[in-house]
Structures are given as structure tokens and as C-alpha cells.
Design a protein around this ligand. Structure first.
Ligand code: NOJ
Length: 553
């Protein structure tokens, strides 16, 4: 059992979490000042989105110096202080490495683009202009954030370079051994500093087709832009790099590697673990980011994910992140929105697998449409006035209190604070036992204290379209076996560890539910903690959450 198997991760988008110097942008000292809050919330690990030197064309996902801190966020001393302070509180820290591309202001690219014989030229991906005839891009690959060809002209050499996000994010050439060594050095430098692991941005995208073949047509606009991305990403050569990453991480011990797969394909995510279990520890399962609301929807998705994982791989779940509308927004339904947020929280925090929370979800932060002039995300600006593509709405400042800057900043925030911060904020919820924040804390405490919830087996109970129910029992299987288990053949563990029943009513009305066995309420939205329910019809209220310790009667 490794620490990340039963840890709860909390993603911090550093621009938006806490500003300490009044410039309107969050920073590392700000995060440090909120560590007590995070420890008190009950999470175990922080994933901090990029804070490295960057021209901020993609808000930090365009890195111009991998082992540095952008002055906007502080300096390396601030990072070291933050890391030590987190460790003192038992919090792990995972940093976000963006190794598929650099910024076009990275010294490597500046040198590479000067001349074809510059030593760094082959560290990027180039195609020469044709000697004669019309100058058409070498293939149909597209840039996701610019909605045009992925090939951008570099007259100096004269060639195109490849970038599949913004034009300012040239893709590096992982086939070049020197580039690889330089990237491995980046991992080692952060591991030497003591970080607990990495989230690897678009990790499956590192390699492109050697023959640069055009992608076939696919009749799906979002998010594929009418292409099946066969050749511009997700090539098999990446597994060699994953094995190297793993060797490096293992040589330090206790460090975690988490892939962001490029795309939503669960088998792609599953493949990141490696057939022999010698690649990455986890790969994000993004299905919950787009699932429609409903018990059957989430049950089917979780079941498919458990089934897709190779033996030895460990599942994970995430409802929101910095690239997708927040789940509270996606699942909003007038006066039912808050009740739905509780069902979602209970689902995320009781399933078998590592949960990833996104800052602010614990207080039910939502999204709102921003005026054109407030937009900052290049994708949002490009796709305006269509909403749903731009990512600013899920990146608004953390809502700490009811003050003008929401306790996030004393200056002008880089993105407008959501006006609901006046009522929806940490200060308002902290002392209120009935708040969403208190509900998250209760679930996090349960998860921490009950082995069955942290690492136990999971068995779905029934196929009700509205009620998602499952039993968690102390593990009879090796931790790391991602499969849903109906039981095992090993001897049963000592009875001291309770079994837990989780029952979630996704419907906005009452539903019958035949409770297979009696239980004591550990957490719930309707019934008081400690109350005892006998076997039989539990008669669930709308959106009721019930987490029961099995008493057996
Ligand atoms: C995925 C990141 O999550 C996203 O925010 C970023 O824009 C792209 N990768 C490019 O780095």
C-alpha cells in the first residue's frame, strides 16, 4: 500500500487560491498561509498547477524555465518554505510538469529556431517548407486552442514548427536523446528538492507519428475537432519514457507519477500503468468530468473504469478541474443544486479509488459567464461568444470570505470574483455544521478513519436507475487491484474494521430502497449520525445520502 492509494488530493490553481502581496494573482506564500485550512479540511496531498517561469500565454502551461518559480508566484525560497510547511502538517506536494511542449520563450526554443544546425534544433519538431509550389502545412494536425493548423511558420530556418495548443507552446521532440536527458534532469531536480511526485501534463501526447501521417476524419466536433487523433498524439513509443520516469521516481522512493492522458479514452488512461505495472502509478480518469447526472450514469462509468484497469493498477476519480466547467455548475438544478453537490461529494469520497478535489468544490463554488472583457484564457477568447469552451469560469478566485476580494486578494483580482462569494465562502461555512464544507470534512474524516473506505473492496448493490448503492468492505484483495470485487477467497479480515454501505439517491423525489442489512448512520443528509436503521425499505428522500456502518441486523 503506497501513500497515494489512500490519499485524497486537492488541486490548487495557484493564480486563484490566495494572493499574499495584493497584486491580484495568487502566489506560493498565499498557499502557505492556507495550509492550516487544507490540513483541517482533511486532504492528504496538494497538486499545484504550474508556477514555473512562464510568459503566461497559457497561464503557466507554457514554461520558459522548468526549475524555477515565476516572480508572479514568488521565488524558489518561497517554494522550499511551502514544501517544508506542508510536510510539517503531513501534506504531500505534487508539482505539475509540462513536458510535451515548452514556451516559445524557453531558451531551448529560442536557440532551436535560429538555425537548422543549432545544437537544440532537433529538440523540437520541424518540417521544411517545400522547395517549390504552394506552401501548405505538412499534414492536417490542428492546434486545439487556436482552431487552425498546428504548423506555424519559422521563416529563419525556413520551416514549420509543431504546436497543438497555442502557437506559443512548441512541442518538443522526445525522439531526441539529449532532450530526453534534459527532461529527466527536470524530474530529478524537483525530486532532489523533495517534492512528492508529479502530475504529468498531456503525458500521452509526447510522441507523434514518425511518418507525420494526417489524422482520419471523425464526425465529432467537441473535443476532437473533427479528427480521430491517431497520429498527432498517444503513440506507443511513450511507454519507454514512462518506464524511465518510473525508474527515476523509484530511485527516490515514495514519489508518485500521475499522467494526464490526452483525451477521454479510458483504455488510454489504463495503458499508462504499463502492462507489467512498471510505468506510471496513476492516470486521470476523466469520465466523471462529462457524465450526465444519474445513478446509472456514474455506476456504469465507475464499473467500466474498474474493468479497464490492468491488474495492479489503482483507480482514481475527479469531478472538476481547471479545464472543465465545475461539477456544481454542470449538475446545477435550481434549488436542488446544493443537494446534488452533496450527492456528488459522497460519491467521490466513498468510491474505491483516489479522489482528486478541485479547490473550492468543498464550498460548492460554481461557474458564471464572464463578460468578454474579463476573459483571459486563450481558448475562451478564441471561442467567444460560445460558452463552455473557455476555462476562465472554473478558475475564478477562491472564496474565503464575504469581503470585496473574497479574502483572496486586497487588490484587483486577475479574474472577477464570483458575486456569490458574498454568501458562499469558507468563513460562512466553517462554523456551520450543516454546510457543504462541514459535510466534506465529515466525509474526509470518515475516509481517513475507516480502512474499508480508504482501500477496501467495492460491490455495487442493485441496478436502480436512481439510487447508486455499494458496499465497501476491508480489502481481501491486494491493494492496487483496480477491479470491482464481489468478494475474495482469502480469509476474511478481522471484524474490527467495519463494512460500509453507501446509498445515494440521485433523484429529486422519494425512492424506495431495500436495505440489505441494518446499519448505523455515519454520515447522511437527512438522518442524524448514530441513528440505527434496520434491514428493509429505507425510503430515501430526494437526493438523500446515507453512509452506514454495517451492524448486520
Ligand atoms: C492540459 C492542461 O490541463 C491545460 O490546462 C493546458 O492548457 C494544456 N494541457 C496544455 O498544456
Amino acid at each position: 500500500m503506497d501513500w497515494w492509494n489512500d490519499a485524497v488530493f486537492y488541486q490548487i490553481y495557484p493564480r486563484s487560491f490566495q494572493d499574499s502581496d495584493g497584486d491580484g494573482v495568487g502566489d506560493l506564500a498565499g498557499i502557505e498561509s492556507r495550509l492550516d485550512y487544507l490540513a483541517g479540511l482533511g486532504v492528504d496531498a496538494l497538486w499545484i498547477s504550474p508556477f514555473f517561469k512562464s510568459p503566461m500565454k497559457d497561464f503557466g502551461y507554457d514554461v520558459s524555465d522548468y526549475v524555477s518559480v515565476d516572480p508572479l508566484f514568488g521565488d524558489m525560497e518561497d517554494f522550499k518554505r511551502l514544501l517544508a510547511a506542508a510536510h510539517r502538517r503531513g501534506l504531500k506536494v505534487v508539482v505539475d510538469l509540462v513536458l510535451n511542449h515548452t514556451s516559445d520563450e524557453h531558451p531551448w526554443f529560442r536557440e532551436a529556431r535560429e538555425a537548422r544546425d543549432s545544437p537544440k534544433h532537433d529538440w523540437y519538431i520541424w518540417k521544411p517548407f517545400p522547395e517549390r509550389g504552394p506552401r501548405r502545412p505538412p499534414n492536417n494536425w490542428i492546434s486545439l486552442f487556436e482552431l487552425r493548423s498546428a504548423w506555424y511558420e519559422n521563416p529563419a530556418t525556413p520551416e514549420w514548427y509543431l504546436r497543438t495548443f497555442t502557437r506559443n507552446q512548441p512541442e518538443v521532440n522526445w525522439r531526441n536523446p539529449e532532450l530526453r536527458r534534459a527532461m529527466y534532469g527536470v524530474l530529478e531536480a524537483w525530486l532532489d528538492l523533495g517534492v512528492d511526485g508529479f502530475r504529468l501534463d498531456v503525458a500521452t501526447g509526447y510522441f507523434k507519428d514518425e511518418l507525420f501521417r494526417s489524422n482520419p476524419f471523425k464526425a465529432r466536433l467537441v473535443p476532437d475537432l473533427l479528427q480521430e487523433h491517431l497520429y498527432d498524439r498517444n503513440r506507443p513509443e511513450v511507454h519507454g519514457v514512462f518506464r524511465d520516469f518510473r525508474r527515476i521516481a523509484d530511485s527516490y522512493g515514495g514519489r508518485v507519477l500521475i499522467a494526464e492522458p490526452h483525451g477521454q479514452d479510458r483504455s488510454l488512461a489504463a495503458s499508462c500503468h504499463g502492462e507489467a505495472g512498471d510505468e506510471l502509478h496513476m492516470a486521470f480518469n476523466f469520465e466523471f468530468l462529462t457524465r450526465p447526472w444519474g445513478a446509472a450514469s456514474f455506476r456504469d462509468s465507475a464499473r467500466r473504469w474498474y474493468g479497464a484497469l490492468p491488474p495492479g493498477a489503482w483507480p482514481n476519480f475527479t469531478l472538476s478541474n481547471h479545464d472543465q466547467p465545475r461539477h456544481v455548475h454542470r449538475y446545477r438544478k435550481g434549488a436542488d443544486t446544493e443537494a446534488r453537490a452533496r450527492v456528488a461529494a459522497a460519491l467521490l469520497l466513498t468510491l474505491r479509488g483516489t479522489p482528486f478535489l478541485y479547490y473550492g468544490e468543498e464550498i460548492g463554488m460554481g461557474c458564471r459567464r464572464l463578460p468578454r472583457k474579463a476573459l483571459r484564457d486563450p481558448l475562451g477568447i478564441r471561442t467567444w461568444p460560445f460558452s463552455g469552451f473557455g476555462r476562465d469560469p472554473e478558475r475564478t478566485p477562491m472564496q474565503w470570505d464575504a469581503s470585496e476580494g473574497a479574502g483572496f486578494t486586497t487588490g484587483t483580482p486577475w479574474l472577477p470574483v464570483n458575486p456569490d462569494a458574498r454568501v458562499r465562502n469558507v468563513a460562512a461555512q466553517e462554523g456551520d455544521p450543516g454546510s457543504l464544507l462541514s459535510f466534506y470534512k465529515r466525509l474526509l474524516t470518515l475516509r481517513r478513519n475507516i480502512p474499508a473506505l480508504r482501500s477496501g473492496d467495492l460491490e455495487f448493490l442493485g441496478e436502480d436507475p436512481d439510487v447508486l448503492a455499494f458496499r465497501r468492505s476491508p480489502s481481501r484483495t491486494a491493494v492496487g487491484d483496480g477491479a470491482e470485487r464481489a468478494g475474495g477467497t482469502d480469509p476474511a479480515p478481522a471484524r474490527a474494521d467495519p463494512e460500509v454501505l453507501v446509498i445515494l439517491n440521485f433523484a429529486g423525489g422519494r425512492r424506495a430502497f431495500p436495505l440489505p442489512e441494518g446499519g448505523r448512520v455515519l454520515a447522511g443528509t437527512r438522518r442524524p449520525e448514530g441513528s440505527i436503521l434496520g434491514a428493509g425499505d429505507a425510503g430515501l428522500e430526494a437526493y438523500e445520502v446515507l453512509v452506514l456502518e454495517r451492524t448486520g441486523t
